[in-house]
Design a protein around this ligand. Structure first.
Ligand code: 5GP
Length: 211
């Protein structure tokens, strides 16, 4: 007998955006560890690798000609310039995965979010993470220790611009405490999975229920 957990459902594109340093990467990591029904959509970028980053895991690191080629071959769902580099979501196996019930986590900015939403509104759930304050954001960026002062200043400026797009999201969570923020984001994911339109196995289930 089918139960709620075995009913077939369509996967979703779960988008997490925030200014750099607001905790999106940490929350993404926690979500991927805690939940094996969701996997990361690995973006391609022309930005150089940071210490500790692994090609194919954090990003597909490509050079400019390779990125141009991917655009020409229509390999991207969406792409956007960010901080002077280009970032894009390769289509790859996403469409097929969604049909099979695979969820994908997207760590992308507001431009990419808008593009994905325009292309595929019904499969998208958009979550925006806000820092508790700009001072705290600055402190977190400095503590990360991976970027120069100029880069941090650029990111702070960019953060203000990014935050101004908070109203293009379905959910907004303030990351005061990372654990609490994670629980909230996880609850959003669970709820989104239960949306009637995503539960493609419901018709058969209810028919059987009523027979
Ligand atoms: P970072 O260089 O710190 O990893 O990322 C910089 C920004 O690029 C972040 O705001 C991140 O969300 C955004 N980003 C990463 N991948 C993509 C992508 O595939 N598409 C878009 N539009 N933005 C992305």
């Amino acid at each position: 007998m089918a139960d709620q957990d075995t009913l077939h459902r369509r996967g979703l594109m779960f988008i997490l955006s925030s200014p750099s340093g607001a905790g999106k990467t940490t929350i993404s990591r926690m979500l991927l560890e805690a939940d094996d029904e969701i996997c990361l959509s690995v973006s391609a970028t022309t930005r150089p690798k940071r210490p500790g980053e692994i090609d194919g895991v954090h990003y597909h690191f490509v050079d400019d000609p390779e990125f141009d080629r991917m655009i020409e071959e229509d390999d991207f769902y969406e792409w956007a310039p960010v901080f002077g580099y280009r970032y894009g979501t390769p289509k790859g196996h996403i469409r097929a995965g969604l049909k099979e019930g695979q969820d994908f986590l997207f760590d992308i900015d507001w431009q990419g979010t808008q593009q994905l939403y325009q292309k595929d509104e019904q499969d998208v759930a958009r979550v925006f993470i806000l820092p508790p304050s700009l001072d705290e954001l600055h402190r977190r960026l400095q503590n990360r220790g991976t970027d120069s002062k100029d880069v941090i200043d650029g990111r702070m400026e960019r953060a203000r611009a990014e935050i101004s797009h908070w109203d293009g999201y379905d959910y907004v969570v303030v990351n005061d405490d990372v654990q609490v923020c994670f629980e909230k984001v996880r609850a959003i994911l669970q709820a989104e999975r239960m949306k009637r339109a995503r539960q493609t196995g419901l018709i058969g289930f209810v028919r059987e229920l009523m027979a």
